[in-house]
Design a protein around this ligand. Structure first.
Ligand SMILES: Nc1ncnc2c1ncn2[C@@H]1O[C@H](COP(=O)(O)OP(=O)(O)O)[C@@H](O)[C@H]1O
Ligand SMILES: [Mg+2]
Length: 397
């Protein structure tokens, strides 16, 4: 009989603690942020309306976890004080307009999606639902940056009461959460106004904080003594040096456990942590490369061609010439040099390319020198898997 199953119990005790959906039961590293949040919500415990709050910080900083945590605490406190409180948690990821978000909110409450009806009707329906629920309502809109800067959802909601959409005896407050640090700053002034006084910033975790977050996970997720202290510190350190993201640190740890298991070891060591970091990073870069647009891919192929031939760092003009060849090979429309430079800069933000600039003598302009920032072999592998690029990848070899 072939072995279909593996026994994971030599390393893992409870893997559910390591997955994205798990909500931790304590967040001591976010004590200050939780205190600010609690203060903003406090008027809702019998003396007024909870304040609108905006949580901001890069991905993996515990914003979602903190919001879920404080809502639970707030519900318990409200029950204690006989306050009629309802909380609604909604994730806006993948929704590109307030219309979509409100349709989904209605569906969340009623089971039916009003998509297709006029915008005003849908909003009115939603406000009716809120009025029916009554009492104090806290509405959390997680990843609200998904709907874009020009959308007035937050403004609408924060003004709903003034506009008589919400009954006098109903209190609705909004907690907006964004992974995009510039989201609030770039919103129109009237939206900013409603959140001006209440913004809670989530800064990147440092290595020490990440280590204690991991320690607590290890205790629940792994068999006793299955993970070396130094391996935990390594996972924390890697993540701190990169984005300071708890998600990233937990991913390293989980992968390190997988690797130890696969290699038949009963302890997770530094070597496993090292291998895990390389593997997880590679996976995340590869995922972001896969999701790029055609023009990004073409610009990237051009740079990869130069890199494969040892011709980087290369000036934009050089990359552009190669890019034109690449386009010609597969009959793709080519765009201007300036726009290709913009695409290369976007790739830099994703960690795929990197550049240095030099000021060009008497002309005073800036020259860009480009190179690949990801592993060449792995990048070629991903590009090879994209059908549209079939006709150009021979240029790389
Ligand atoms: N202080 C913390 N203690 C324990 N786990 C944390 C802490 N901060 C973040 N996490 C965990 O890290 C992961 C990312 O956190 P999350 O709240 O999703 O971040 P964000 O919403 O800012 O992107 C989640 O699995 C979360 O449970
Ligand atoms: Mg989140």
């Amino acid at each position: 009989m072939p072995e279909y199953f593996q026994d994971r119990s030599s390393i893992f005790a409870d893997e559910s603690v390591l997955v994205e959906e798990y909500t931790p039961d304590e967040l001591p590293e976010r004590e200050a942020e939780l205190t600010e949040l609690g203060a903003a919500l406090s008027p809702g415990l019998g003396t007024g309306r909870p304040h609108d709050v905006f949580l901001q910080g890069k991905t993996g900083q515990g914003k979602t976890a903190a919001a879920r945590f404080i809502l639970d605490e707030f519900e318990a406190e409200a029950a204690d004080k006989d306050v009629d409180l309802t909380t609604i948690f909604h994730t806006c990821a993948g929704q590109t307009s307030s219309y979509q978000v409100v349709c989904n909110l209605v569906e969340q409450q009623t089971g039916e999606n009003p998509n297709g009806h006029p915008k005003r009707t849908v909003f009115d329906h939603f406000y009716d639902l809120l009025n029916d629920i009554g009492g104090t309502i806290v509405l959390v809109l997680d990843e609200v940056d998904a709907i874009g800067q020009n959308d007035l959802l937050l403004y609408e909601l924060s003004r709903a009461k003034d506009n008589d959409h919400i009954a006098d005896d109903v209190d609705v407050s909004v907690i907006g959460i964004s992974n995009d640090g510039n989201f609030l700053a770039e919103l129109s002034p009237k939206v900013k106004d409603s959140f001006r006084e209440r913004r809670v910033m989530f800064d990147a975790y440092d290595a020490e904080q990440l280590r204690s977050i991991l320690e607590r996970r290890v205790e629940k997720a792994f068999v006793d003594d299955a993970v070396d202290e130094s391996a935990i510190a390594l996972c924390a350190g890697y993540a701190a040096n990169d984005q300071g993201s708890a998600r990233q640190a937990i991913d390293y740890l989980y992968e390190a456990g997988e690797i130890a298991l696969r290699q038949g070891d009963t302890r997770v060591t530094d070597e496993h942590a090292e291998q895990a970091e390389a593997k997880v990073d590679r996976r995340s870069v590869m995922r972001s490369i896969e999701e790029l647009t055609l023009q990004d891919h073409l610009a990237l192929v051009a740079l990869v061609v130069l890199e494969a031939h040892g011709e980087t760092p290369a000036r934009t003009r050089r990359v552009y010439a190669t890019y034109r060849n690449v386009c010609a090979e597969i009959d793709a429309n080519d765009i201007s040099l300036d726009r290709v430079r913009d695409h290369l800069k976007e790739l830099d933000l994703l960690g795929v390319t990197q550049y240095t600039t030099r000021t060009a003598g008497s002309e005073g302009g800036r020259k860009y020198f480009w190179e690949l920032n990801t592993d060449l072999g792995a990048t070629i592998e991903v590009l090879d898997s994209i059908d549209r690029l079939d006709g150009v990848m021979h240029l790389v070899r």
